[in-house]
Design a protein around this ligand. Structure first.
Ligand SMILES: [Fe+2]
Length: 137
């Protein structure tokens, strides 16, 4: 098992914990859990880079690049990055700005999308890529 593998496993647990906290906070607040959402976005960004530098790099020589689980995981990282970027932009709109209502609507729309994409992505990696990585030296 490579030295970085356990860190990725614990990252996934932390991501799920952050996501669960956000999902609980969501229905009650007018601007749902922005500090918690910032925490999730920051940690997800750090984790994705860590995963791309270790897991994806280690599996790249043995898996096809244009199809299969590694290609899907890379595409999912791009999709997650896009949603995260949109959320960061929306959260940066000040409350007194004329676009604030639209930005708040974007957060309300994209947060459940992010949580759904994230859980599906984590589960797919754990089913497809993690078992392969666990057998690496
Ligand atoms: Fe990932």
């Amino acid at each position: 098992m490579p030295p970085w593998f356990e860190r990725l496993v614990s990252d996934h647990a932390k991501l799920r914990s952050l996501a669960a906290g956000l999902a609980k906070a969501q229905p009650t607040a007018a601007r749902p859990g922005h500090e918690q959402l910032q925490d999730l976005l920051l940690f997800l960004d750090q984790h994705s880079k860590r995963e791309e530098d270790t897991l994806f790099r280690a599996l790249a020589p043995t898996l096809p690049t244009g199809r299969g689980p590694l290609a899907v995981a890379r595409a999912e990282h791009v999709a997650l990055d896009a949603v995260c970027d949109r959320l960061r932009l929306a959260m940066a709109v000040p409350a007194d700005h004329s676009d604030h209502a639209l930005a708040a609507q974007t957060v309300r729309h994209d947060l459940p999308l992010l949580l759904n994409l994230l859980e599906r992505h984590l589960a797919a990696e754990e089913k497809g890529l993690f078992p392969l990585a666990a057998h690496l030296p």
